[in-house]
Design a protein around this ligand. Structure first.
Ligand SMILES: Nc1ncnc2c1ncn2[C@@H]1O[C@H](COP(=O)(O)OP(=O)(O)OP(=O)(O)O)[C@@H](O)[C@H]1O
Length: 861
């Protein structure tokens, strides 16, 4: 449309839209955010709202849709979740005072990484925006705007970078525009839901990073933040700050300074390990159920949940830091009364970190302040409980700070219950503001006041029938009948003449009228001002509040570890500087919770750098090999995060990383064959494992021909033995058990099974020595292969054995897809197998079809 034909408002719309071409523009019109043209068409579809039209000038109508300002949050959330960016354009002057068209400006752009709507964020997960710069090393800055957590680090190579991104799972990653495609493709592969945002390459400047840091945080040298060791991160810091400046200016007001973190301080968990060990997400449906976090998380607060998740993903490598956490868990474990009291107190704490940030971003409403007040009310109580503690608990107490002044203010000013919006009034207590109290009195006592005034005026003038009245044209007036006009005082101003009477006004009446008529509006205005001041008072203490929030998170996480340790009978592992692992009667933390009580069979694993650093574990399918591998890795990881562990006792030498190569993950979508993935993961292990690494390998070489596979597995085992990494190697290649004879620190173990007629019984018990047989056919029979096929297989086996074709190498069984560790749908399978088609009713059949459909959908088949 030609510009000149447009209405002034649409001209303004276009001027703004031109600056935000990649955003859906929420254009404020009165009580609505309106969208136009393509934005409207796109949004109406996603939001499922009516698409209407509006005249844009010259009689032309254009597509339009809108959402109410008072309830815009869920719509914004939906659009952002669908991958859009939403530019919020507000009226930035009072329409009543505007000369002509009211001024409008975009005040914030909501992007996937800058999303802080409490309802749209998952409570116990961080929500990261990252920026990536590349110099000699990679620089990564990581911001969770919702909590104010701002960190930076440097990464040696692409591999380290991909692992870290996979660990953080950011929602949005900022990259310079010219960034090469190969890397972005890999990033998309590890995290398909990640939004990659290209921004101006000039933003990634070390110099700019220094300038911005000194500008925002008032320090001349970023070294003050410990950034001198990672100058590569400065461009990434600059990019994030520039991004905030462009899209969320308010965030710059009270941004926390970026804190460096060094990957070397944490156990390295690469992508396959995080995935295979099902630390925070299961491989079955990608949710948190049946994961290590699921077992350990009994936290009461969102901060606690986020902290624990972070601890699991960043296990420590520093002995004293681990012991500090263990000590705190021990103390809580031994003091159940204290634990109970702290737990109850924490249950009343709200999400302090996110509520505080919303105040700094000027997004919070009265209810947020009330929620924050509630959290603050609990802090003195918690401090009291922690009096007399030592170590970490004492340091938590110290970090909780003192918010008595702020708390008292919130109590003194805000009512118990407040409305959602700060602009509707009804949130400030009486006695806070003189004018506000007067206005409220005035409103409530208007009628009484008028009656009093009438009586007073009658007395003053001596006019017995003087009367007060109101009409819409003149407002309040005093009416005097004609017979008394001679008694009218001088300050009466004539306003209207009727047949029998005259109407007057007085300055007092006018003042009263102005007050009453505007009281309501003024009350709302005053309450809003008081609210803004209060919100600002909270924002001023943002840093201390965030620190307290984090401290409460730590306390909550420690309590959770203590609670889980008690409930599940965990022990405190002894952590040593000397490498080596000894887990006596260890259990799989998740599987033991899923199986009926008492059904899990514990196992002892000893890895010793000199005597037994590589254990070859053989045993038939389903015997429990993978479980032993995983539980060992999980126990080692739990020990490093400061948790107690499911075992009778455990001694764990400090590790630098846990490697895992377990099962064949579903990589077809990445366009790489199973074998290729297996080898790539294996290469990574071989190139990086050290004497301090724990390596768990499950069936290496299965994806290729038997001989190739065996040869590779053999060579890999030899190499790891030479590198002195502590390794558990589960295999179907029986031949590998020969290694124990050749290499000094290789030991054979097998998972016991017992024959029961033609069947096998799984004992799940790890015992020294190689497995005697494969039992593949028995397991196949258990799985329900038709009897005919099983019998035929036996014949073939006997035949092969008789011909000597089976001599050394037994081809391992292929399993088409990695089974989840346990099978949540076993009951359904059993039902299906037990089904008698002759007897089933149509209703039963239909129910089964529904169950089956749910299963297929959930398992992604
Ligand atoms: N220690 C144990 N106690 C009780 N049940 C167990 C134990 N270990 C394993 N199981 C059960 O056996 C199932 C199979 O275990 P796992 O996957 O570890 O076997 P596997 O030997 O690795 O099998 P495959 O060689 O076919 O991959 C588990 O899902 C679990 O139900």
């Amino acid at each position: 449309m030609a510009m000149q034909k447009l209405t002034p408002m649409f001209r303004q719309y276009f001027e703004i839209k031109r600056r935000y071409p990649h955003c859906i523009l929420f254009f404020r019109l009165g009580d609505f955010y309106e969208m136009f043209f393509e934005d409207a068409e796109k949004a109406a579809g996603i939001l499922n709202i009516a698409l209407t039209s509006r005249e844009a000038g010259g009689g032309k109508r254009v597509p339009m849709c809108g959402v109410p300002v008072s309830n815009a949050a869920p719509y914004i959330r939906k659009l952002v979740e669908a991958g859009h960016r939403v530019a919020i354009c507000e009226q930035v002057e009072d329409p009543r005072e505007a000369k002509g068209l009211v001024k409008r400006e975009v005040i914030r752009v909501v992007t996937p990484g800058l999303f802080v709507d409490l309802e749209g964020l998952s409570e116990k997960e961080s929500h990261y925006l990252c920026a990536l710069s590349q110099g000699k090393r990679f620089g990564l800055s990581v911001l969770d705007l919702s909590t104010g957590d701002f960190r930076v680090t440097a990464l040696e190579d692409e591999n380290e970078l991909l692992n870290e991104i996979f660990r953080l799972e950011p929602r949005e990653l900022l990259l310079p525009e010219e960034k090469e495609e190969a890397l972005t493709k890999k990033l998309k592969e590890v995290l398909p839901r990640l939004h990659l945002t290209r921004v101006a390459p000039e933003w990634f400047s070390e110099k700019r990073g220094r300038e911005l840091i000194s500008e925002l945080f008032g320090v001349a040298d970023p070294a003050g933040f410990g950034l001198s060791e990672i100058p590569e991160a400065l461009p990434a810091v600059a990019a994030i700050i520039e991004y905030l400046r462009e899209n969320e200016k308010e965030a710059l007001n009270r941004l926390s300074s970026p804190k460096p973190y060094f990957l070397g301080n944490y156990l390295i968990l690469d992508e396959p390990t995080k995935r295979n060990l099902e630390l925070v997400r299961n491989q079955f449906d990608g949710t948190g159920r049946f994961t290590l976090l699921w077992v350990l998380d009994h936290t009461k607060t969102p901060m606690g949940g986020r902290t624990l998740r972070h601890w699991i993903l960043y296990p420590l490598r520093d002995l004293s830091a681990i012991r500090e956490r263990q000590e705190a868990v021990r103390y809580l474990l031994e003091n159940p009364d204290l634990r109970g009291a702290l737990s109850r107190a924490l249950s009343r704490v709200t999400d302090m970190e996110r509520l505080t940030t919303r105040c700094t971003l000027k997004l919070s409403g009265p209810r947020d302040l009330v929620a924050l007040r509630q959290a603050l009310s609990v802090i003195p109580e918690i401090k009291e409980y922690l009096t007399g503690t030592e170590g970490l608990l004492f340091s938590i107490r110290e970090r909780l700070g003192d918010f008595s002044t702020l708390y008292e203010k919130l109590v003194r000013i805000l009512l118990e219950e407040v409305p959602a919006s700060p602009k509707e009034g009804g949130l400030v207590r009486p006695g806070v503001h003189v004018e506000l109290d007067e206005l409220r009195d005035l409103k409530e006592n208007a009628l009484k006041y008028l009656a009093e005034l009438e009586a007073r005026e009658r007395q003053r003038t001596g006019i017995p029938n003087l009367r007060l009245g109101y009409n819409r044209v003149f407002g309040y007036y005093i009416e005097v009948t004609k017979s008394y006009l001679d008694r009218i005082p001088k300050d009466y101003l004539r306003k209207q003449t009727l047949t029998n009477a005259e109407r007057f006004i007085t300055p007092e009446l006018k003042e009263f009228e102005a007050k009453v008529l505007s009281a309501d509006e003024r009350i709302k205005e005053l309450e809003y001002e008081i609210f803004l001041e209060l919100r600002e008072a909270v924002a001023e203490e943002a840093e201390a509040l965030r620190q307290a929030g984090r401290a409460l998170g730590e306390l909550d996480a420690l309590l959770s570890l203590a609670e889980v340790a008690e409930k599940n009978d965990y022990v405190r592992p002894e952590i040593t500087e000397t490498p080596g692992i000894e887990i006596i009667e260890g259990r799989h933390p998740v599987l033991e919770k899923v199986l009926p009580v008492g059904n899990f069979v514990p196992n002892t694993v000893r890895l010793d750098p000199e005597e037994a650093r590589l254990l070859i574990i053989t045993g038939p399918n389903m015997a429990g090999k993978s479980t032993i591998l995983r539980q060992t890795a999980l126990i080692v990881l739990m020990a490093h995060l400061g948790s107690f562990v499911p075992a009778e006792s455990a001694r764990i030498g400090l590790c630098d990383r846990i490697f895992s190569r377990v099962g064949a993950s579903d990589e077809l979508s990445r366009g790489r064959s199973t074998f290729m993935v297996e080898m790539a993961e294996c290469a990574n292990i071989l190139n990086n494992a050290t004497e301090r690494s724990l390596v768990i390998l499950d069936e290496i070489g299965r994806g290729t021909s038997t001989y190739d596979g065996l040869a590779i597995a053999w060579a890999v085992a030899e190499y790891l033995h030479r590198k002195k990494a502590l390794t558990l190697f589960a295999t179907h290649y029986h031949e590998l058990t020969e290694l124990a004879r050749e290499l000094p620190a290789v030991k054979n173990y097998n998972v016991a099974v017992k024959e029961w007629g033609e069947e096998v019984v799984f004992l799940y018990r790890l015992q020294p020595g190689p497995a005697s047989e494969s039992y593949g056919i028995q397991v196949a029979a258990l799985a329900g292969l038709p009897r005919e096929v099983i019998e035929r297989a036996r014949e073939i086996l006997e035949d092969l054995e008789a011909k000597g074709n089976l001599h050394q190498v037994r081809k391992p069984k292929e399993s088409p897809k990695q089974l989840p560790l346990f099978d949540p749908y076993l009951p359904l399978k059993e039902k299906l197998l037990a089904l008698n088609p002759e007897e089933i009713t149509p209703r039963e059949a239909l129910n089964l079809v529904f169950e089956l459909r749910d299963f297929l959908v959930k398992s992604g088949l």
